[in-house]
Design a binder for this molecule. Structure first.
Ligand code: MLT
Length: 273
């Protein structure tokens, strides 16, 4: 199911399943495209799902091949991840696609909307926010950089797991905690640190919302403490063609925690396009 392609000297891993109109799924921090497994296992009829690992995550390298060997090529701005996604679409000869992103994936989807709105057929924005980081959030990012430096992805998992999964999942599904931990710990520290710096300096995408002409599905886990439901209501109110779906018994990783409800919302939205 996983495919590999070399783009700009970088090895890129992506999943590509189903047939029909393309929907690109962009993963959250600090995970990888593996977090979309429930959706990849059951692509909605008539849709092709493409889920890349962002630069420095999962099986996508952060460094690039050069004549002298491999050299560092960190992402330095959130929109560079969006540029990487556009490069993948070009390689797959896809002109226009629906773009879905969860949390950091949503920030990258906004980057795509900034760089190439004409290539976006529809947006799925899950458990994310349009605002830039507050001063408090930036201070937390500095602490996270320190966590990464000291303890790598294992320490990141320790810090983030209690926030990523909703209270219901944490109380009833220990296997899910284990699985998410495994996905986080599979990432190297350099790619994680790049993403933290990029998220910390990302622009405010709120002014973009009113300019979006495409239909949008906004999804929020009711128990999401990282990007609470109210933020999604505000995003929806600012968009012209957005529909909000709130998923019960799900936290920040709504697609993983409640794949059936998430899948139904997604399939319903896509079927109406
Ligand atoms: C994510 O899930 O991608 C992160 O929580 C986003 C963030 O830290 O802003």
């Amino acid at each position: 199911m996983a495919h590999h392609v070399t783009l700009g000297g970088r090895d890129v891993r992506y999943f590509d399943v189903g047939e029909g109109r393309p929907l690109v799924l962009l993963h959250a921090f600090p995970l990888s495209a593996d977090m979309w497994r429930p959706q990849l296992e059951a692509p909605p009829p008539g849709w092709r799902l493409i889920a890349p690992d962002l630069r420095g995550f999962g099986g996508t390298t952060r460094d690039v091949a050069s004549p002298g060997g491999r050299v560092d090529a960190p992402a330095t701005a959130i929109d560079e991840y969006a540029g990487d996604v556009l490069q993948l679409l070009d390689a797959l000869e896809i002109d226009r696609a629906a773009i879905g992103g969860l949390s950091m994936g949503g920030y990258v989807a906004f980057g795509l909307a900034r760089r190439a709105p004409e290539r976006i057929e529809a947006l799925v924005l899950a458990d994310t926010r349009s605002e830039a980081d507050s001063d408090e959030a930036r201070a937390n990012r500095m602490a996270m950089l320190d966590t990464i430096r000291r303890g790598g992805s294992r320490a990141v998992a320790e810090t983030m797991l209690p926030k990523l999964l909703g209270a219901t999942t944490q109380a009833t599904r220990p296997g899910m905690t284990k699985e998410v931990r495994r996905l986080i710990e599979a990432n190297g520290p350099a790619g994680l640190a790049d993403a933290v710096r990029c998220m910390m300096d990302r622009p405010d995408s709120t002014p973009l919302l009113a300019t979006l002409a495409c239909p949008a599905l906004v999804v929020a886990g009711r128990e999401d403490v990282v990007t609470p439901v109210a933020l999604h209501e505000q995003m929806c109110a600012r968009m012209r063609r957005a529909t909000l779906v709130v998923i019960d018994r799900a936290g920040h990783l709504s697609n993983l925690e409640q794949p059936q409800a998430f899948g139904e919302a997604l399939a319903g939205f896509l079927a109406a396009l």
